[in-house]
Design a protein around this ligand. Structure first.
Ligand code: SF4
Ligand code: SF4
Length: 305
């Protein structure tokens, strides 16, 4: 968490789905844009009524493709919003002037960045915009906003072996960012039960642990979302959901599908602090990778948060 941000506003923020379309076409997109218009005045009136102070600008789609982007911010500010987070793929931020204006208006960036090389990026996004997205990140850094970036890295079939390389790349190029958020791909939206997109937990696990260790050794913060604690053995403290449990929040954020019931979880002492596996994962691979633990969640320390 950057020092300029209060801890509370991340969990209290209102998600504003202001995007109608996207400039990428990710294979794992969970919430593909449907093109439906989002009623700006209705959102603003909700903000006024509830006294919302912090908003997260996000999809279905890419918020920066909305040509009324700055009008949205003006309207939401007039309604009382003070803190703005932008969830973006950074492609549009490759334009230095646009990036400069956005950086002034936004307090915190969640940048969806699935690869540190053009080929893997192409497989994830089905686009050749790696250089543009990278330029977007570099523009933010040049504006002094590196510490406002959370790098969101979805783990999927074509990038999990490169997780340690991704960590090296972050360490070399963006050592001042707020943190790296690894998220195990959800079998939702465009994924449609595809084993070509969803890897096994166990296959991704060693690469993920190596990436986490590399980042930790260099003093960079990282969290992992949507990975059961039994697949993060000895790295449980990096789990985002575990960290939520430690600070007394609900384990799963609003809108996230519940964990699936299965026998190992019923016998597991980590269950209260674990995101478990989702039914959509078990539908592809079954539950044989889940192993009940005797570890007490209270005995596990949180990593760097
Ligand atoms: S995952 Fe994000 S960047 Fe990719 S297609 Fe979906 S909305 Fe666009
Ligand atoms: S067995 Fe279930 S509750 Fe226990 S760590 Fe694995 S997924 Fe979590």
């Amino acid at each position: 968490m950057p020092p300029s941000l209060k801890k509370e506003w991340i969990s209290e923020q209102l998600c504003v789905p202001m995007a109608r379309t996207c400039n990428l076409y990710c294979v794992y997109c969970q919430n593909p844009p449907a093109g439906d218009p989002v009623p700006r005045e209705k959102v603003a009136s909700g903000i006024r009524k509830k006294g919302v102070k912090a908003v997260s600008l996000e999809g279905g789609g890419e918020p920066t493709t909305n040509r009324d982007f700055f009008d949205w911010i003006r309207t939401l500010k007039a309604a009382g919003a003070e803190n703005f987070m932008l969830s973006t793929n950074a492609v549009a931020l490759s334009d230095p002037e646009f990036c400069r204006r956005v950086e002034k208006a936004v307090d915190y960036f969640t940048v969806n960045f699935p690869a540190s090389d053009p080929e893997t990026y192409r497989k994830a996004t089905r686009s050749v915009k790696f250089a543009m997205a990278l330029k977007g990140l570099e523009n933010l850094k040049a504006l002094g906003a590196e510490r406002k970036i959370r790098l969101f890295h979805i783990i999927f079939r074509d990038n999990y072996r490169r997780l340690p390389l991704f960590a090296d790349w972050v360490i070399k190029n963006f050592p001042g960012l707020a943190f790296v958020n690894f998220t195990f791909v959800r079998n939702a939206g465009r994924v449609r039960d595809s084993r070509d997109i969803v890897p096994r937990y166990g296959d991704a696990e060693p690469y993920l642990k190596l990436a986490l260790a590399k980042l930790k050794l260099k003093g960079l913060k990282a969290v992992v979302q949507n990975m059961p604690l039994c697949r993060l053995r000895n790295f449980e403290g990096f789990s985002f959901e575990f960290q939520r449990w430690r600070r007394g929040d609900r384990i799963l954020e609003a809108g996230i599908a519940k964990k699936a019931k299965n026998p190992a979880c019923g016998r597991c002492s980590l269950a209260p602090a674990c995101c478990g596996a989702r039914a959509d994962y078990l539908r592809i691979y079954g539950n044989r990778e889940l192993k009940a633990s005797n570890k007490k969640p209270e005995s596990i320390g949180s990593e760097a948060f």
